[in-house]
Structure formats: C-alpha cells, structure tokens
Ligand binder design. Structure first.
Ligand code: 4NP
Length: 154
C-alpha cells in the first residue's frame, strides 16, 4: 500500500478536493489517500460547501471527509506529503524530524512540469469560480500524479 496525504491550511477547501480527486484516479486496494490542514481551525468540520459542490459537479463525493490537523506521526504513516502552497510547504518542513521526513514533502504542482503555476491559490475568500479553478488545477495535477504513482516514476 502506498499512502499519500494532501495538505493545505484549513483542510476544508483545497486538500479535501485534492484528496477526493486523487482517490478517484487510483485503485483503493493499492493506494491510501488522506488530507489534513496545517492549522486546527476546522478540525472535525465538513469540507467547505463550495468544495463539496464543485466536486459533486464532477462526480466526486467529498462530503464524508472531516477536517483534521497534520500531526508529526503523519510522517510515519505517509510515503508522500503534497502541499498546496509555499506556506503549507514551509510549515510542514518545519515539523520534519529528520532528512527522511523532509524528502517526503513536495509541492503538488511540482509534479507537473507543464503547469506554470507554483501554488494552488487559496479560494476561501473567493467565490464559486475560484473553487472551479482550483478543481481544474488539481484535476490536471492529479492526472499526472496518478500516472506517475502507477508507473512508480515519482
Ligand atoms: P484551505 O482554505 O487551506 O484550502 O482549506 C482555507 C480554509 C480556511 C481558512 C483559510 C484557508 N481559514 O482561515 O479559516
């Protein structure tokens, strides 16, 4: 089993989408996907209703996810840790206990060289079009990511 965790700030907008999208592209008997926030603002909360709506429009149900905060023990549980933006990346790197932990942490858009963006924009203070934009960015990145994971070429 390969384990992957998607990380953003609140774990209600971006990482629940990344979690649901990647899960939809990989066989569940080989890949375990989860998500978390660097902050504890939304522990136990459902994803933002706009993330739920955009996922649903695209045939993905993320409504059963619940927010949780990234924990240092996640470095032991997960093989890959994908962060949405530079702030998330720096916050997770700051928690790493050793070199092995650090090597697991990547910015999600690093996996796709064709993407010019360096970070997934935070849509929390935006409107539904910002969530649709985030969905497209993550869907493209997860296409590349899932193929690489399936071919062991990450
Ligand atoms: P996320 O978006 O990191 O993509 O889940 C946010 C959600 C909540 C907050 C900020 C960003 N907040 O400040 O509560």
């Amino acid at each position: 089993m390969t384990s992957i965790i998607m990380v953003c700030l609140g774990n209600i907008c971006r990482s629940p989408l990344a979690h649901g999208i990647l899960e939809s592209k990989l066989p569940s008997d080989q890949f375990y996907i989860d998500s978390a926030g660097t902050a504890n603002y939304h522990v136990g909360d459902s994803p933002d209703h706009r993330s739920i709506a955009v996922a649903k429009q695209n045939g993905i149900d993320i409504s059963n996810q619940r927010g949780r905060q990234f924990n240092v023990s996640d470095f032991d549980t997960f093989d890959y840790i994908f962060t949405m933006d530079d702030s998330n990346y720096q916050n997770i790197i700051a928690l790493a206990r050793n070199h092995n932990d650090t090597t697991k942490v990547k910015r999600i858009l690093e996996v796709d060289e064709s993407i010019q963006l360096t970070h997934v924009p935070d849509p929390y203070y935006g409107d539904i079009s910002d969530f649709e934009n985030v969905f497209q960015i993550l869907d493209n990145a997860c296409d590349v990511l899932s193929k690489r994971l399936l071919h062991n070429s990450l």
